[in-house]
Design a binder for this molecule. Structure first.
Ligand SMILES: NC(=O)c1ccc[n+]([C@@H]2O[C@H](COP(=O)([O-])OP(=O)(O)OC[C@H]3O[C@@H](n4cnc5c(N)ncnc54)[C@H](OP(=O)(O)O)[C@@H]3O)[C@@H](O)[C@H]2O)c1
Length: 283
C-alpha cells in the first residue's frame, strides 16, 4: 500500500514514515518544503502524481498560543489546507486520514470524551482543528477518518518530557499545572495505530490516545522519577501561567467505536519507551 504523508518532518510525521516502512508499505513523505498544503493546485498535483491509496495529513499549525494572534494563518493550514488535502485525495481515489485534537472540546465534562460528544473549542487553535475536521468530512465524504489524539510526545520534536527533563536537570524545584487532565500519547504508538487504520479504514471520527489519564503535574512527576532526578515537582494552577490560549481542563479521550478502533498502550508505557530509546538526547 502506498501512503502519502504530509508534514512528514514533524514529530508525528517522522514516526509515521518509519512505521509505514516497518509495516512493509510504501511511504511517500512530503515535508512542508515539498508541499505546502495551503497551495491547492500544488496539493492536487502532488497527490495525483503519487497515486497513493491513503493520504495522512500530519501537516498542521501546532503553535497553540501563537494561533491566538495569528488565527487566520492557523485556519488557513488547519482548516482550509486540510480541506485541500481531502478533496485532492478523494479525486485521486485515496482514503484520507486527518489528525485532529482533544482541543476541539471545552473540557467541561468530568468523564472521558467520546466521538459523538459535541465539540466546543476554547481556543483559536481548537477552532482551526474543528474547521479542518469539517472541511475533510465535506471534501471526502465516506472516504475519510478523523483521528483525534492528544498531548503528543516523541523523538521528532520538542515535547513536554524533553522540556521537563531539561528543566529537572537544571533546577531543584519545578511547578507544573495539575488542573489540566488528558492522555499523553507517544507518537510511535500513535503512528503504528495509524498504519492499522490505513489497512482497515474506519469512516468518520475515531479517538486514539495513550491509555489512562493524568495531569501535566502527574506526567512531570513520572518523567522526573523515571529519570532519577532529584528535583521536587510542585503542583501549580493554569491561571498562574497566564498563557494566551485557554486549554480544556479535562480532555481525556475514549472511544465508542468498540473493537473497530485500534487500542494504544498506556501513557506510562509510552513514556518508558520514549526514555529507554535514549530519545531524550535528541533535543
Ligand atoms: N503536539 C500535540 O500535542 C498534538 C496533540 C493533538 C493533536 N495534534 C495534531 O497532531 C498532528 C501532528 O502534530 P505534531 O505534534 O507532529 O506537529 P509538528 O511537529 O508541529 O508537525 C507539524 C508539521 O506540519 C508542517 N507544516 C506546517 N504548516 C504546513 C503547511 N502549510 N504545509 C505543509 N506542512 C506544514 C510543519 O512544518 P515546519 O516545521 O517546517 O513548519 C511540521 O513538519 C497535527 O495535526 C496536530 O494538530 C498534536
Amino acid at each position: 500500500m502506498r501512503m502519502l504523508i504530509t508534514g512528514a518532518t514533524g514529530m508525528l510525521g517522522q514516526d509515521l514514515v518509519a512505521a509505514v516502512d516497518q509495516a512493509g508499505h510504501e511511504p511517500r513523505a512530503l515535508s512542508r518544503a515539498d508541499l505546502d498544503i495551503t497551495d491547492a493546485p500544488a496539493v492536487r498535483r502532488a497527490i495525483s502524481d503519487a497515486q497513493p491509496h491513503v493520504v495522512v495529513n500530519c501537516a498542521a499549525w501546532t503553535d497553540v498560543d501563537g494561533a491566538e494572534s495569528s488565527s487566520a494563518d492557523a485556519l488557513s493550514v488547519n482548516g482550509t489546507g486540510a480541506g485541500h488535502v481531502a478533496r485532492a485525495a478523494a479525486a485521486a481515489g485515496a482514503w484520507t486520514i486527518q489528525i485532529s485534537s482533544d482541543y476541539v472540546f471545552d473540557g467541561s465534562k468530568h468523564e472521558p470524551y467520546v466521538e459523538s460528544d459535541p465539540a466546543a473549542p476554547l481556543s483559536a487553535y481548537g477552532r482551526s482543528k474543528l474547521a479542518g475536521e469539517r472541511e475533510v468530512a465535506a471534501g471526502a465524504p465516506g472516504r475519510h477518518t478523523i483521528v483525534r489524539s492528544s498531548w503528543l510526545f516523541g523523538a521528532g520534536g520538542p515535547c513536554f518530557p524533553a522540556t521537563i527533563l531539561r528543566l529537572a536537570s537544571e533546577r531543584e524545584e519545578l511547578t507544573v499545572v495539575e488542573d489540566q487532565v488528558g492522555c499523553p500519547t507517544f507518537t510511535r504508538h500513535l503512528a503504528r495505530a495509524l498504519v492499522t487504520l490505513a489497512e482497515q479504514p474506519i469512516d468518520g471520527i475515531v479517538h486514539l490516545a495513550g491509555a489512562g489519564a493524568c495531569s501535566w503535574y502527574d506526567f512531570a512527576r513520572q518523567i522526573v522519577s523515571n529519570a532519577g532526578f532529584d528535583c521536587d515537582v510542585k503542583p501549580g494552577r493554569t491561571r498562574d501561567l497566564a498563557r494566551p490560549a485557554p486549554r480544556p481542563a479535562y480532555s481525556v479521550l475514549a472511544t465508542e467505536r468498540g473493537s473497530d478502533a485500534p487500542v494504544l498502550p498506556g501513557w506510562r508505557e509510552g513514556l518508558s519507551a520514549y526514555m529507554a530509546a535514549g530519545e531524550v538526547g535528541a533535543r
